[in-house]
Structures are given as C-alpha cells and as structure tokens.
Write a protein that binds this ligand. Structure first.
Ligand code: GLV
Ligand code: MN
Ligand code: MN
Length: 408
C-alpha cells in the first residue's frame, strides 16, 4: 500500500540539511538547518493532503481530518533534530513514515473516523541545550518557563533561541493540547540496538522505554604547578573524576539493563602544565526499571562522596533532566500486534534503551512504538543505517496500526 521509494527519497532529501563532511548530520533546534528541514517536511505534509501549522513551541503539525471532525485524534510523530554528527534515520524516519501513512490514506481515499495528526517535535535529542523532548513536553502541557532557561554552549537559552526563530517564548503554554482531543500516540523508530538484527527480524513491538537521568558532575580541586607540586599534596579534580568514572562503569555492568555514559567533559583552566582547578562532566544514566536506576545512582554518588573526602576535592551534583521509564500501552501494543500479523512479521516484543518523545505522554495519552532493525545496532553515528525494505515494512505496520486506531 505505502510508497517505499517515496519514503526513501524523502529520507535522503531531508538528510541534506545539516550534512557534515563525515556524512553525518548535525541539525539542532531553532537553527537555520532545522528551519529549512521543517519547510521541506511541511511541503511533504501538504503533498499528503494535510493542513499544516506550527505550534507555539515550534512543533510542526500536519492534520488529516476524519469522518468525525470532533473525535479525538490519532497522533503519529517523531523528531527531525539530531545529535552532533548523527544519522539520517533517528527521528526522521518516524516523521516521514507518519506522512507516508497520511498520504497513502489520502491517495487511496480510505475513510477513517478519527482525525490523524503527524508531528515533527521540537528538540527531542536535547543536544543543543542539554535538555530534550521540549516539543512533546509542550504538547502534553508539562513544559515550564524554568525549563526554557536551559542554555546552549554559547549561553543562548531555549527562550532566546525561540525568539530568534520567530516564536514568542511567553506563549509556550499555547502548545498544550487538551488530552480529551487525543486518542493515542504511535511512533515508528529505528531500534538503535542489535536485538532485532540478531533475531533476524525486520521489526518489533516496543514494550516500554528506559528513563534517562542526565546529571552534571562538578568537581572542584586546587590548581597548581605540574612540576613543583608533589603528588601527595595535590587536590586534583581530574584524578578524582577518573576514579569516579571507573566506578560508574563498573556499577552499571552489575545490572543487565543499566547503562552509564559520560559524553561531555571539560577541564579548567586546561593547561598542559597546570593541575586542573575544576572538572565538569555529564552523566547519562538509564534503566528500564526505575528502582535499579535509583540503586545505581545511590551507589555511584556514595562512592563519589567517599572519593571526594579522600582526595579533599569538592563535589557538586546537579540534575539536568530526569525522565521516568515508561511502559507502552497494552491496548496499543495489541493493535500493533494485529498489524504485525497482517503484514506477516513475527510480533516480537522488546524494550527501548533509547529515550523517545512518547515518554512525555505518560500521564497524557496511551502510547505505542514500533521499532525496525538497525544495521549493527549503530546509532548516534553517521554510519546509522536501516534498509529500504525494513523502513518500508515498518511504515506498513505503522499504516495498519494507525488505520485500526482511526476507524475504531
Ligand atoms: C535520544 O536519542 C536519547 O535516547 O538520548
Ligand atoms: Mn537520538
Ligand atoms: Mn530518536
């Protein structure tokens, strides 16, 4: 039913915005690249026969009416922002596939009762401001004005970037959509792991999404002369950090699903011959089970405090963003399972290690997710890849799922 080539060509066209020499894509929210990418996606939505608008936080929305105008809408979505030097499928696939579903229904003149809305959410990745899922939080009515104060590497806040891009940050609450007008949310995404590939499956049903807890660790010591300060009297924050990092990795390895990542680090003042005065690093800690995540957090922070005492450095811990792990709706998983049977793919269930916009809808609407196979499990990397056939298969499953939800 769906047009696999059109889907593939659109993914290719979209990947040109923010393209890096590496072949990867850097497309942050409220930038020129993102603006151009949104204009292209808006043109696809129009071709699909949808009415297109942007809401107060920059979510791009295409709407296709159903037979019952005031029935709650079936939402499909994902994001078109990327991590630094990311791939072309993470996020983009879910948006382009959502449009493909709407366009197929439009072209085949298939009737459905519920309206369908396709979302390209603002800043899912959190790569620019260290705070993600801004658009989905806005839609669910849980975004706050304090959150818009998160700043990028140049000191520009989300609110300031919004203003620069032509939005009024004071109006962010207008993006909230009444929950009664939403039937549910479905997202197609690449797995970003190896499970489906190892099982030889094109697609899977997501059972739940692991919760990321993003923290900033700051360790203050004492700057000193690299040549003249004896080892025994140093208060070196980087050596303290190294000890903490080793423990952070070892602790996560004790649990089957816990993962810890240190993705950013800065050392001040940063001289070859200067004992650092201060070290700052980020920690991304996740587990599908919140109790386990809390347990890992408790043991690594207790260890870090012990190291700080021993090395006479000062430790400061801050939470940047903390999202609870979220189970997917049983009833939407059942609808997805029927869609798998219809397109003849074994309905296999798996959890998501990566975070997704649907996590913000925990208390807002039922959510469901479909994964397709990732080549070698690689993601957040220019080499991220899924085949045209798997993208097509996933979109067919999305189509059957959305249609079932929209005609019930
Ligand atoms: C988003 O890709 C995340 O899981 O960090
Ligand atoms: Mn991502
Ligand atoms: Mn994503």
């Amino acid at each position: 039913m769906i047009n696999q080539e059109r889907l593939w060509n659109r993914l290719e066209e979209l990947s040109e915005f923010g393209k890096q020499a590496s072949g990867g894509i850097t497309r942050f929210s409220f930038t020129e690249e993102e603006k151009k990418a949104k204009a292209l996606v808006a043109s696809y939505m129009e071709e699909a026969g949808m009415t297109v608008r942007e809401d107060a936080v920059g979510n791009l929305i295409g709407r296709k009416e159903g037979q019952r105008k005031d029935a709650p809408a079936v939402l499909i979505g994902s994001h078109i922002d990327t991590v630094p030097d990311g791939g072309r499928f993470d996020g983009a696939l879910g948006v382009i596939a959502g449009i493909e579903v709407a366009q197929t229904l439009h072209e085949q003149q298939i009737q459905h009762d519920h309206p369908i809305e396709v979302y390209a959410f603002t800043d899912e990745e959190g790569s620019r401001f260290g705070f993600g899922m801004v658009g989905s939080r806005g839609l669910a009515g849980i975004l706050t004005s304090e959150e818009l104060q998160h700043r990028d590497a140049n000191g520009v806040s989300i609110a300031e970037a919004m203003k620069e891009a032509g939005f009024d940050p004071e109006q962010y609450k207008d993006a909230a959509k009444e929950p009664a007008t939403v039937k549910g949310y479905v997202e197609l995404h690449i797995e970003q792991g190896r499970v489906l590939e190892q099982r030889g499956l094109a697609a899977g049903i997501v059972s739940g999404i692991a919760g990321p807890h993003w923290m900033k660790w700051t360790i203050a010591g004492e700057a000193g002369h690299a040549g003249a300060t004896p080892m025994a009297i140093r208060k070196d924050p980087l050596m303290a950090a190294a000890e903490m990092m080793q423990f952070i990795e070892a602790e996560a390895k004790k649990y089957p699903n816990a993962v810890t990542t240190i993705g950013q680090i800065s050392v001040k003042p940063g001289g070859v011959n200067v004992i650092p005065a201060e070290v700052e690093f980020t920690l991304d800690l996740r587990d599908i089970d919140e109790k386990t995540r809390d347990q890992v957090e408790a043991s690594i922070t207790a260890h870090a405090q012990e190291v700080s005492r021993k090395r006479a450095v000062e430790l400061r811990l801050e939470t940047m963003q903390r999202v609870e792990p979220v189970p997917c709706s049983e009833s939407i998983q059942n609808v997805i399972q029927k869609a798998f049977n219809k397109v003849d793919v074994e309905p296999f269930q798996l959890p998501s290690g990566a975070g997704h916009d649907g996590m913000q809808f925990k208390d807002y609407c039922p959510i469901g997710m479909i994964f397709i196979r990732s080549k070698d499990g690689i993601s957040h990397n220019p080499a991220e890849w899924s085949s045209i056939e798997d993208c097509g298969k996933g979109t067919e499953i999305l189509y059957e799922t959305v249609l079932a939800l929209a005609i019930e």
